[in-house]
Each structure stands twice: as structure tokens, then as C-alpha cells.
Design a protein around this ligand. Structure first.
Ligand code: IFM
Length: 462
């Protein structure tokens, strides 16, 4: 017992953001419109009618933000590139001003000794591509590969670590089945088709980038959650199998085993035509990767409700699972209502370690939304977030002790930002942003994280 919970030397301590959530400057620097610009303008789609037009104004304030990161002692910063800033039409010539912005951002990080990690797609599809069918169309996968090659070509001298897609489940199922994310489609079959095209896009982009050189350390960010049956009964166990299937294995299996899970194909009953996926597509999707980014927020507890209709019902992201109930527990929750369960993280990491080929893992997102309010001294005491981060980092440490090759942790998020359909009401940052003035104030959690980074771990025994 050392009184400290220390992480291995070389462990990457990072923070993450995404372009549409923080950049702003939506119509500046030659950026074209994205599906989120369009979606956010539709009345009723985003709480408070908020949009990402200004967001945290990071496009103009990135130098101040990288200085802030340096002050925290971050070793790495994961950001996404806005496709419509680089290719306003989603195809054809690149916008040099767009690429320059990301070069300057990467340079500023490198000057501070912070490793830039680039995610190529965090949900902001160029609207021009949506007008041609978006992710429901196969053509978008090819366009994504061209775009990925252009960004890689421009930044490869500065950036070593790359991920293609962020959370394709959300892009596919929140965007095309529930319709609560852009582009707001509510059609289960389209959602499944979009999931396949996103994976094909990942595979084709991987090929295109590796054709330029052997340099990139390449991966993908998946949102993965453990799914637990509400009881020991076989019906609840089957409900858990099905939700795990459409949420976790629908992505993990083609990426790491080269095929869609047979049981999920049966559950989906022909929706989206996945069973017709050709060998070429599957081979591209399963191209070897160098890392897997794990975004973890919660655990699902599910029960079977055979009396509910399996298909039909109100638009839901849970395709072909209308007869599954998501059971609430009495665990504490974040202000978004998400149950807090750090034990789900080590469980998940151990599962990935044992069930999928050994691959370096990184927690590329983990964090919590609370309604933070500055106090009279202008400080932001966010003890609940500190407890959340501490608990999850201890879970990450347990996973490492259990043999998992976990190499880093990125807190979500560096800054308060545009939380998609929730607008600016939900604050995930460890740095408070006063949106009217754009003033940044590190919260107590930022100071706590700085100490953890400096120590290489947490105070107190594991
Ligand atoms: O803000 C999002 C992020 O864009 C993707 N992962 C989950 C976060 C919290 O909802």
C-alpha cells in the first residue's frame, strides 16, 4: 500500500473535444454548412434553440485554449476536424484556410509539448453530402476516404495518432432511427444502412491513409457500454444479448472479427440488408488497427417486456428492440440523468481485452454533465465531477491491474460546449465557459486533474 494509485509510466493523460461543439465560426474561414447547422435551426430540435454557430469560439481562441491545456499539464489533446471546414461541399477541392486552422492548432499544441490526436468525423457531415443521401448512401463512404486522405496528407508531419469515426452508433441510430440527432431521420432500416456505410467509410479511409504512408497510428472511437440483465431469468438475459448486439457487437464484430454477428442479423430481421454485406466491404472494415478508443459513460440494465411490440412504436434508437425496458436503478446520476457506474468501465475494458484481439486501448471519452455555477469568488466547485472522474480513473487502474493494455485516458470534455440536442444547458467541461463573454474558468475538477496528472495517478490506495 503506497497511499497512491499510480498509472504506468507513459500513460497518456488527455482531454477531448469535437469541432462542432466548440469551434463556432460556422460561416467563417470558408467553412460550408454541416448537417448540424441545418438540424439545429429546425425549431424544437435543440433545447433553447441553441446552435453551434459561436459555441466556445475555439476557432478564434485556440491559442488561449492550448495555453490552458499546457497549464493543466495535459499530455495529449483529442480534437475533431470539421469536414465542412476542409471540404465545404464534402468533395472536390479542399479549402486551404480550413486545413491551415488545424495546422496552426496542431503547431500550438506541439509548442506546448501536447500530443495532438485527430478524429476525422465527429458527426458534422457536410450538408451538401446529406443532400445527396448522406450516410444512407454508399457514395458518402468514398467521399470520406478522399477527405481523410486530404487531412492526413496535410497533417501527417504533425499528428501521429488518428481515429476515423467518433461513436458511429450515435451517428447511425440517434441520427437515423430516433431522429434526435442530425439529420433527424426516423427510419430503422435507414439507420442500419447508415451504420454499415459508416463502417465502410472507416475501412476505406483506413486504406486511403495507409496508402499514403505507413505512418498513422490508426483507430476508431466506439461508445461501448456493458449491458446487464435485470434478473437471472432467460428472457432478461436474451434482452441483454440483443441490446449488447445492436449497441456493442454490431460495431466490434465487423471491425475485429470480420463479420456481423449472426444473432444480430437475425434480430434485425433483414432491416438494412446487412446480411448482403460483401466480402470486400467486410475486409475493408476489418483492416488491422493500432488502437481502439473507448468512450464510456454508463451501464444499461435491461428487462424483457414481451407484452410490448418488438417493432413499431415511437421512434427509438433501439432498433428491433421495442420490447426491451431500460430499467432505472437507484445509483446516483449526472444532471443529464445518466446513472454513474464506474464498475462498468473496468468490466467493459476486461471484456474487450478477453473477447477481442489484443489491441492497445485508450479511454477516449469519459466525463459527466452537471449544472455548474460559479460561486461568489468566481470559482466553480464541481465536487460531483471530481468524484466521477476519480471513480472512473480507479476503474481504469483496476483494468490495468487485471492485465488490460490500457494506455491512456481522455476526459470529456476540456471545455463546456454545445451538447447536441441539449444545447448549452449541459456542462461537461473541466473548464467553465461563460458563453456570453467566452471567459474560461478552470473548475475545481481541472485543478484536481492537474494534480492527478502531475502525480501520475490518484491520491489514496486503489
Ligand atoms: O458530447 C458528447 C460527445 O460529442 C460524444 N460522446 C458523448 C458526449 C456526451 O454526451
Amino acid at each position: 500500500m503506497t497511499g497512491e494509485t499510480l498509472f504506468p509510466a507513459g500513460f497518456v493523460w488527455g482531454a477531448a473535444t469535437s469541432a462542432y461543439q466548440i469551434e463556432g465560426a460556422a460561416a467563417q474561414g470558408g467553412r460550408g454548412p454541416s448537417i448540424w447547422d441545418t438540424f439545429a435551426r429546425v425549431p424544437g430540435r435543440v433545447a433553447g434553440g441553441h446552435t453551434g454557430e459561436v459555441a466556445a469560439d475555439h476557432y478564434h481562441r485556440y491559442r488561449q485554449d492550448t495555453a490552458l491545456m499546457a497549464d493543466l499539464g495535459l499530455g495529449a489533446y483529442r480534437f475533431s476536424v470539421a469536414w465542412p471546414r476542409v471540404q465545404p461541399e464534402g468533395r472536390g477541392p479542399v479549402n486551404p484556410q480550413g486545413l491551415d486552422f488545424y495546422r496552426r492548432l496542431a503547431d500550438s499544441l506541439l509548442e506546448h509539448g501536447i500530443e495532438p490526436w485527430v478524429t476525422l468525423y465527429h458527426w458534422d457531415l457536410p450538408q451538401a453530402l446529406q443532400d445527396r443521401g448522406g450516410w444512407a448512401s454508399r457514395e458518402t463512404a468514398g467521399r470520406f476516404a478522399d477527405y481523410a486522405a486530404a487531412v492526413y496528407g496535410a497533417l501527417r508531419d504533425r499528428v501521429a495518432n488518428w481515429t476515423t469515426l467518433n461513436e458511429p452508433w450515435c451517428a447511425a441510430f440517434l441520427g437515423h432511427a430516433a431522429g434526435i440527432h442530425a439529420p433527424g431521420v426516423q427510419d430503422p432500416a435507414t439507420a442500419v444502412r447508415a451504420a454499415h456505410h459508416l463502417l465502410v467509410a472507416h475501412g476505406q479511409a483506413t486504406r486511403a491513409m495507409r496508402a499514403i504512408d505507413a505512418g498513422p497510428r490508426l483507430g476508431i472511437n466506439l461508445n461501448l457500454d456493458p449491458v446487464t440483465p435485470a434478473s437471472d431469468g432467460p428472457a432478461d438475459a436474451d434482452a441483454a444479448r440483443r441490446i449488447d448486439g445492436v449497441y456493442n457487437r454490431l460495431f466490434l464484430d465487423p471491425l475485429f472479427r470480420g463479420s456481423y454477428p449472426a444473432d444480430v442479423l437475425v434480430d434485425l430481421g433483414g432491416l438494412g440488408g446487412l446480411e448482403e454485406a460483401g466480402d470486400d466491404d467486410l475486409a475493408a472494415i476489418a483492416a488491422p488497427l493500432d488502437l481502439l478508443g473507448v468512450n464510456y459513460y454508463r451501464r444499461w440494465v435491461v428487462a424483457a417486456r414481451p407484452e410490448w411490440p418488438r417493432l413499431g412504436g415511437p421512434p427509438s434508437p433501439w432498433v428491433a428492440a421495442g420490447d426491451v425496458e431500460f430499467v432505472a436503478s437507484d445509483r446516483p446520476r449526472t444532471d443529464l440523468g445518466w446513472e454513474i457506474d464506474p464498475s462498468g468501465l473496468d468490466e467493459l475494458l476486461l471484456r474487450l481485452h478477453t473477447e477481442y484481439p489484443s489491441l492497445p486501448l485508450y479511454v477516449t471519452e469519459n466525463g459527466a454533465a452537471f449544472d455548474d455555477v460559479p460561486d461568489a469568488q468566481g470559482l466553480v466547485p464541481d465536487q460531483a465531477r471530481i468524484r466521477f472522474l476519480d471513480g472512473h480513473l480507479r476503474a481504469a487502474h483496476r483494468a490495468i491491474q487485471g492485465g488490460v493494455d490500457l494506455r491512456g485516458y481522455f476526459v470529456w470534455s476540456l471545455l463546456d460546449n454545445f451538447e447536441w440536442a441539449e444545447g448549452y444547458a449541459m456542462r461537461f467541461g473541466i473548464v467553465y465557459v461563460d458563453f456570453p463573454t467566452q471567459r474560461r474558468t478552470p473548475k475545481d475538477s481541472a485543478r484536481w486533474y492537474r494534480e492527478a496528472i502531475a502525480r501520475g495517478g490518484l491520491n489514496g490506495s486503489p
